[in-house]
Design a binder for this molecule. Structure first.
Ligand code: 4AZ
Length: 245
């Protein structure tokens, strides 16, 4: 996250991290992800481009804040299943979404706690309010100098799709959301390592809804170069069909 700040411990209890498992590179951060139920996380399909779709390659950590400090709520899970969206296009990043099932028994994997809780899925046509100031992106990705050791957060605004259509001609599709990098906060953006992580907005009653999954952008440091997020509301039927949520 560029232009963010340290989050509170447990402040984003649905934040998960996909890490490499076994040598070489054991524990290395691959991507962010979001817990949507006890056994399922959502992430970007492009997260599996580099190391492949084998479940053995990865482990998933939840409840984490400082990646090097063992903490009370952090737990790791093996991966049982990786389901990239069947329409995912490597070259265009269209349909950049994947479901990952964690290991567990009888539909119980992650144990929820004060620091580990799922985010809500949006309604099928529910839109993140464009003016809502309570939308955040989070992750351990590049801060502009290095990857972060502590979970970073940054407030972002959803931008009109015209903004991304103008910036990324022919590349911004109906499966994407445009966010961040507002003129008033030109340096706020997601970056390498944040991919797959959440863009959440607070709704009435303290409900935090997952609207976006960090997907792509030209650069994380160019002023007015918006970030592109996978539009979760477009995939709710697919998610519900596969997870039974
Ligand atoms: C990346 O390389 C990446 N600002 C992720 C998000 C954005 C740019 C790059 C969006 O994973």
């Amino acid at each position: 996250i560029i232009g963010g700040e340290n989050s509170l411990r447990g402040g984003w209890p649905w934040q998960a991290a996909i890490r490499l498992r076994g040598s070489p590179g054991d524990g290395r951060l691959v991507c962010g992800a979001t817990l949507v139920s006890s056994c399922w996380i959502l992430t970007s399909a492009h997260c599996f481009k580099r190391y492949g779709n084998s479940t053995k390659t990865y482990k998933v950590r939840v409840g984490d804040y400082h990646i090097l400090v063992p903490e009370e709520y952090e737990t790791e899970y093996a991966v049982e299943e990786i389901i990239p969206h069947p329409s995912y296009e490597v070259h265009s990043n269209d349909y950049d979404l994947a479901l990952v099932r964690l290991s567990g028994r009888e539909g119980r994997c992650v144990t929820f706690s004060r620091h580990v809780l799922p985010a809500c899925l949006p309604g099928r046509r529910e839109k993140a309010a464009r003016t809502s100031s309570s939308c955040y992106i989070t992750g351990w990705g590049d801060t502009g100098r290095a990857y972060s050791k502590t979970l970073q957060q940054a407030a972002v605004s959803q931008l009109h799709k015209r903004h991304c259509e103008a910036h990324y001609p022919g590349q911004f599709t109906a499966r994407m959301l445009c966010a961040g990098n507002t003129p008033s906060e030109p340096w706020v953006d997601s970056c390498r390592g944040d991919s797959g992580g959440p863009l959440v907005c607070e709704r009435t009653g303290g409900r935090w809804v997952l609207y976006g999954v960090t997907s792509w952008g030209y650069s994380c440091r160019l002023q007015n170069s918006p970030g592109v997020y996978t539009k979760v509301s477009a995939f709710v039927p697919w998610i519900r069909r596969l997870t039974g949520l």
